[in-house]
Write a protein of this length. Structure first.
Length: 236
């Protein structure tokens, strides 16, 4: 009997303790849920302009020429604009935001033809048949946008004509060398394809024209070109 009473008392005491513990646990404040972890934002890779490229362009050109009548010595200045089109090839190397490169281009410009009549009544024309440049480029990259300047060597195949009053037309074609400076914008549409817009000034200075051994003149030539085009860059 004593054993039963002892066991029964122990059971009651254990139950009481359990109830007290449960009540105290119920009174404790709830632990706050852990803060949600923000998802990791994906940062797209920065575009790299390094690599070789080829492309094409179209646009308009504006030429200005100042030359003297080979017979009377009268001088005249004339200008005209026209369509141009061609291609370019080059390579870039990027160092952080700085992009440096080398580029060569060739443009057909035979539709840029200036014509005038000088004070003596003689008809004179000048028409660059093509222009070509070899330039260095320096630019600043803003991810897929490249802002650049360029400068270097310019070459032109220049065809001039002189028609004296009542005489036959005389023609002389000369290859001119000069300098060029320009600036442009380029935007990468994909990892390989980019579009561009560019302005270039080509200065060729003064050069002697020889229509015949006895009929010579001096003329200068300056060309401005505005071009829109595309490039394909090799590699990733």
């Amino acid at each position: 009997m004593k054993l039963r009473a002892y066991v029964g008392g122990f059971t009651v005491a254990a139950g009481t303790v359990a109830c007290l513990c449960s009540a105290q646990a119920a009174d404790l404040p709830m632990r706050p849920a852990p803060a949600p972890v923000a998802p990791v934002a994906y940062a797209p890779p920065v575009y790299n302009w390094s690599g070789f490229y080829v492309g094409g362009h179209i646009g308009g050109g504006f030429e200005n020429s100042n030359w003297s009548d080979p017979i009377t010595g009268a001088s005249d200045t004339f200008s005209n604009g026209g369509f141009l089109g061609g291609a370019q090839v080059g390579a870039n190397a990027q160092f952080n935001w700085l992009v440096v490169g080398l580029e060569g281009d060739f443009s057909w410009t035979s539709l840029i033809k200036g014509t005038s009549t000088d004070s003596a009544g003689a008809a004179i024309t000048t028409s660059p048949q093509w222009t070509s440049t070899l330039t260095g480029r320096v630019g600043a990259a803003f991810d897929r946008l490249l802002v650049y300047g360029k400068g270097g060597l310019a070459i032109a195949d220049d065809q001039s004509t002189f028609t004296p009053v009542g005489g036959a037309t005389l023609t002389d074609t000369v290859t001119r060398t000069g300098w060029t400076v320009g600036a442009g914008l380029e935007y990468a549409l994909t990892n390989n394809w980019a579009v561009r817009a560019e302005y270039d000034y080509l200065g060729f200075g003064n050069k002697q024209l020889s229509f015949t051994p006895a009929v010579t003149s001096n003329a200068d030539l300056n060309v401005q070109e505005i071009k829109a085009g595309f490039d394909y860059k090799f590699g990733p």
